[in-house]
Ligand binder design. Structure first.
Ligand SMILES: Nc1ncnc2c1ncn2[C@@H]1O[C@H](COP(=O)(O)OP(=O)(O)OP(=O)(O)O)[C@@H](O)[C@H]1O
Ligand SMILES: [Mg+2]
Length: 288
């Protein structure tokens, strides 16, 4: 158990310290430290398989991702620290943490509108028990309609089953719609740009900037810099071999996008060796 001195902070914070995560017995994250304040945008980059999605799943509480050491805490406005790892995934969502999936799963039989009405009601009334009243239909519908128009999403979309038969781009838009409706305090956007055409990436970048603002802390996981165009990161972090090895400003994102990770691997040989070992011992990826 890591003890940390409680300091009065001016904004809410998500603080990850010394996080070690294993999947099926193999250690993937090997001590990740990352703090995001409300109102801040951070970018997380790194080669394929470096552990970026694993960090998102671990923070959200995916049961396959075992935390073997470290902490994830929410610091509230009064300085009170909440242990995120002690919460169930739904409690984490109700506490204001959100993960937009790299590969969202389909939920056949559940319509987008019904799904969102449940999510929004639960997040806005964190103490709501299942079976208790949902947000009034009329109020919900008008809010959903307005958000969909803002994000240029066809209203018909709301009647479809969640991600069922969605194109890659539609899935990513559905994740952004969730973000817009749920307005979390901390959002992890895992490759929300993958599968989007150039115009759609620009729209996604603008939409995220509109949704964000000073009431949201955002971690943008991406391989490119386009999504960051309207969301200039306060810091760019580079993950290699399950560790954040370097942090810099927006120029670091531009460098990695253009030049790749050769310089990073040369500068951090231990992490590069861990990356190699992870590749050699890679476990079969189960569908998540
Ligand atoms: N559920 C899982 N089952 C088995 N192995 C997993 C699982 N999740 C992650 N891994 C392994 O952990 C390592 C890190 O994967 P992760 O998805 O976090 O990488 P990433 O940085 O998000 O990569 P990408 O840029 O390709 O999305 C990989 O070697 C991967 O095979
Ligand atoms: Mg990933």
């Amino acid at each position: 158990m890591i003890t940390v001195t409680t300091k009065k902070l001016s904004s809410k914070q998500l603080i990850i310290q010394g996080l070690h995560v294993s999947v099926e017995g193999q250690e993937i994250l090997k001590g990740v430290d990352l703090s995001i304040g409300c109102g801040e945008v951070h970018a997380l980059m790194g080669p394929n398989g470096s552990g970026k999605s694993t960090l998102g799943y671990a923070v959200m509480g995916h049961p396959s991702y075992e935390i073997t050491a470290g902490s994830v805490e929410l610091v509230l406005l009064d300085g009170k620290r909440v242990d995120v790892l002690a919460m169930e995934p739904d409690e984490r969502a109700r506490a204001g943490i959100f993960l937009a999936f790299q590969r969202p799963m389909a939920i056949p039989g559940v319509r987008v509108a019904d799904f969102l009405r449940h999510c929004v009601t639960n997040v806005r009334n964190p103490d709501r028990k299942e079976g208790e009243e949902l947000m009034p239909m009329r109020e919900f519908r008008s809010e959903l309609k307005a958000k969909m128009a803002e994000l240029s999403i066809d209203p018909e979309f709301a009647r479809r089953y969640v991600n069922d038969g969605f194109s890659g781009g539609e899935m990513k838009r559905a994740e952004i719609l969730q973000l817009a409706m749920l307005k979390p305090t901390f959002a992890i956007l895992d490759e929300t740009d993958s599968g989007l055409d150039a115009d759609a990436v620009r729209l996604a970048s603008e939409s995220i900037a509109k949704i964000g603002g000073d009431q949201m802390g955002i971690l943008i996981i991406t391989h490119h810099e386009q999504l960051l165009e309207h969301n200039i990161p306060l810091k760019t972090h580079v993950m290699l071999g399950g560790r954040i090895v370097e942090s810099g400003g927006p120029e670091l994102a531009a460098e990695l996008h253009k030049k790749g990770y050769e310089r990073i691997r040369a500068a951090y040989p231990e992490a590069a060796a861990a990356e190699k070992a992870m590749e050699d011992g890679r476990v079969e990826v189960s569908s998540t």
